[in-house]
Design a protein around this ligand. Structure first.
Ligand SMILES: Cc1cc2nc3c(=O)[nH]c(=O)nc-3n(C[C@H](O)[C@H](O)[C@H](O)COP(=O)(O)O)c2cc1C
Length: 307
């Protein structure tokens, strides 16, 4: 299936596994790339050497292109940006700010740069700074979110920029895939559905929470701090929201969630951990391999798109 994004990235199918802190490590990224999509290693706040090691491990499992997601607020971002060049990473997606300061270095090395944006203004700014494409991410998605929905954001971004648009947020099956193309996207990025993939290292307790979640089981914490995060409701979100309502300080709220995503992913603590997942968790019904997920979506999506 050829689109502007498959051509740009040299991949078989226009499906990207979004960068995911803790969950998106090399096993998952390599499995997605090997299945014809683009797998992304989530650098989150990892030190540069860990990212280098992750890329090298992924290379042992696939010879296809892989990506790295850089959180620009990460104090190690400078080092990670250099590792991307040194290790010949094909694609970088960025979050939490503007990648302008790394753009020349990455472009000179032939890295494709794809910022994740939550508004038209940000998409235009990224296009001006030389981005190759943008991920327009709606607030249905798991993890850090903006305020516009995928349904409204994707067409507005597609109208505003001349670079390819990748839709993210709430896409978990062939219908969402087809809809994304109808809205003007040239590929999709998914997170939540890949959390439950067999190759994902997320603890089985976490995967089962995603599988059992219903449409209304996600909660947004952090509205008061300006860093909203979508995750599945549990004891932690209830405590967090109660504290937020009582006007707790940023530090108090931070303390509650310190290491909480790691706790959920690595230890399976679904009570006190942070279970980042989007509203589409209600559409995830079982653990499947990345290949099965991708082939199913491409099959069902192609039927709907009549291609
Ligand atoms: C567990 C989890 C962790 C995430 N971590 C990151 C991250 O570190 N950086 C980032 O840009 N996006 C992150 N995201 C967002 C995903 O990359 C992706 O854009 C999003 O999940 C798409 O929406 P969906 O969950 O509805 O599929 C995360 C999402 C999840 C579910």
């Amino acid at each position: 299936m050829k689109t502007a994004v498959t051509e740009l990235l040299g991949i078989e199918y226009p499906i990207i596994q979004g960068g995911m802190a803790w969950v998106g490590e090399y096993h998952l990224a390599a499995a997605v790339s090997e299945a014809g999509g683009l797998g992304i290693i989530g650098a989150a706040s990892a030190p540069a050497d860990i990212v280098r090691q992750q890329v090298r491990e992924a290379r042992k499992l696939t010879s296809r292109p892989i990506g790295v997601n850089v959180m620009l607020l990460n104090p190690n971002a400078d080092g990670v940006a250099e590792v991307i060049v040194e290790e010949g990473v094909e694609v970088v997606t960025t979050g939490a700010g503007s990648p302008a300061k790394y753009m020349d270095m990455w472009k000179a090395a032939g890295v494709k740069v794809i910022p994740v944006v939550a508004s038209v203004a940000m998409a235009k700014m990224m296009e001006r700074s030389g981005a190759d494409a943008v991920v327009a991410e709606g607030m249905e998605s798991g993890g850090h979110i903006g305020s516009a929905t995928t349904m409204t954001l994707v067409p507005q971004v597609a109208d505003a920029v001349n670079i390819p648009v990748i839709a993210a947020g709430g896409i978990a099956d062939g219908r969402g895939f087809a809809a994304a193309f109808m809205l003007g996207a040239q590929a999709v990025q998914m997170g939540t559905r890949f959390v439950a993939a067999s190759e994902s290292i997320a603890h089985d307790n976490y995967k089962q929470k995603v599988i059992k979640a219903r449409d209304i089981d996600s909660e947004i914490t952090g509205m008061s701090t300006g860093h909203p995060i979508r995750q599945i409701r549990n004891k932690m979100t209830r405590e967090y929201l109660k504290l937020e309502k009582e006007g707790a300080s940023f530090e108090e709220l931070e303390y509650l969630t310190l290491g909480s995503l790691r706790k959920a992913v690595m230890e399976g603590d679904v009570v006190n951990g942070t279970l980042m997942a989007g509203q589409c968790a209600g559409m995830v019904s079982r653990v499947q391999s990345c290949r099965e997920i991708i082939e199913e979506i491409i099959h069902d999506g192609s039927v709907l798109l009549k291609i």
